[in-house]
Design a binder for this molecule. Structure first.
Ligand code: ACO
Length: 361
């Protein structure tokens, strides 16, 4: 038996390929380098959905804009009890109000949901009124506008598009597998997406970038990095933003996001200093991890530069995983449709290692 199923192939997919030895990510025949920083998120969602919905429009942007406006009608369901929860728990609860289905309108509402609900939750928690979507805007620009209450600059929208595009799909990661298992029972896309959100929440998957900011803030300045990291490892802790189940070299998504942060830094006063500090911490961490685990290549993963990018776009760390869900939801839906159209019920075996009943006297 393979603990963590790491050598088990559990699905065939046309959606994405993660080559961990070479550090390459392919999304429907395109390399991540071709997409990140160049494509809009809605175009990557359309690429993932191609062949899985009969009535897919040529331009998904306006249909997605209309879906954002449609799901905003659920925002009054955000009661005060939910406002005490984390942004992800509140966003998950609002998403659960959407009906199940397998068609394109259901899929588009689900793509819109993490974006619209997270923005509404963050504003409500800050005591401000939620802002209705503007269906004419691109998805990334509208997310920033709904969250921050002011129009996004072109470079900011481009940076968020680079992020959403980079994380839209990534093979059979834990949340996508969870979504496929649920889809295989024919439960419907909303149920599959809710399963994906639940799996993404954990710090070993999508919950790491918030702790990356906590780590950077605790280190404070480059001179403290080595001692802080060595102490953390001596306590048996893991460094958030490093290591990956599949990549044995650098995670290509870390490079795509670092490039996006660098572009954003050109139009920012504070970001270049923060970036230089993060690079110093990254260099110290990589050197120490190499000495700490000589047999296990541990390199920077997607979450490290996610933290810097989302911080620069003024998302609070408590909402970083919600923003991850805004991108990955496209992959969950495409995988769920692929599973329904071509797969069987997923039902593996377990090996019983518990006590046996006593033989009848
Ligand atoms: N810091 C310190 N040690 C580490 C780290 C880390 N970031 N990652 C792995 N290790 C060590 C483990 O302690 C383990 O040591 P051991 O054999 O002495 O127990 C060894 O390396 C192998 O680790 P596994 O947990 O078997 O590796 P796995 O493939 O299951 O884990 C994971 C991958 C969960 C990402 C891990 O590297 C980790 O915990 N990283 C920190 C959290 C993080 O950044 N998560 C985001 C991942 S990216 C994503 O999902 C979008």
């Amino acid at each position: 038996m393979s603990d963590g199923l790491e050598h088990v192939v559990a699905a065939e997919t046309v959606l994405s390929e993660v080559d961990g030895q070479r550090g390459v990510l392919i999304v429907r025949g395109r390399s991540l380098d071709e997409l990140a920083g160049r494509a809009r998120f809605e175009d990557v969602a359309a690429l993932l959905f191609e062949g899985f919905f009969e009535d897919l429009p040529r331009d998904l942007g306006s249909a997605l804009g209309a879906a954002r406006a449609e799901v905003f009608a659920e925002v009054p369901g955000l009661d005060t009890g939910l406002l005490d929860r984390t942004p992800l728990e509140a966003m998950r609860a609002l998403t659960a109000r959407l009906g199940d289905g397998e068609d394109l309108p259901t899929a588009l509402r689900l793509v819109a949901a993490p974006a619209v609900f997270t923005a509404a939750v963050l504003r409500s928690q800050a005591g401000e009124a939620p802002i209705a979507p503007d269906p004419r805007l691109g998805h990334a620009a509208d997310i920033l506008r709904m969250t921050r209450g002011r129009p996004a600059g072109a470079e900011e929208a481009r940076a968020l598009d680079a992020y959403l595009t980079t994380v839209a799909d990534h093979g059979l990661n834990a949340s996508t597998f969870a979504a496929r298992v649920i889809a295989s029972t024919r439960a419907g896309l909303t149920s599959a997406v809710l399963g994906g959100i639940g799996a993404l929440k954990g710090p070993l998957h999508g919950g790491a970038p918030g702790p990356v900011i906590e780590m950077l803030d605790a280190i404070g300045e480059p001179a403290n990095a080595q001692a802080w990291i060595e102490n953390a490892l001596a306590r048996g802790e893991r460094l958030m933003g490093f290591g990956h189940r599949i990549y044995r070299v650098r995670d290509p998504r870390a490079d795509a996001l670092k490039a996006a942060v660098r572009r954003l830094a050109e139009s920012s006063d504070a970001l270049p200093g923060r970036l230089a500090f993060a690079e110093a911490v990254e260099a110290a961490a990589l050197a120490i991890l190499k000495a700490h685990k000589p047999d296990r290549p541990l390199d920077t993963n997607v979450e490290f530069y996610t933290a810097l990018l989302l911080e620069a776009l003024a998302f609070p760390p408590s909402a970083f995983t919600c923003v991850f869900a805004m991108g990955r939801v496209a992959g969950w839906i495409a995988h769920a449709r692929e599973q329904v159209l071509g797969g069987r019920l997923i039902r593996p075996q377990s090996r019983y290692v518990g006590p046996m009943p006593l033989a009848a006297a």
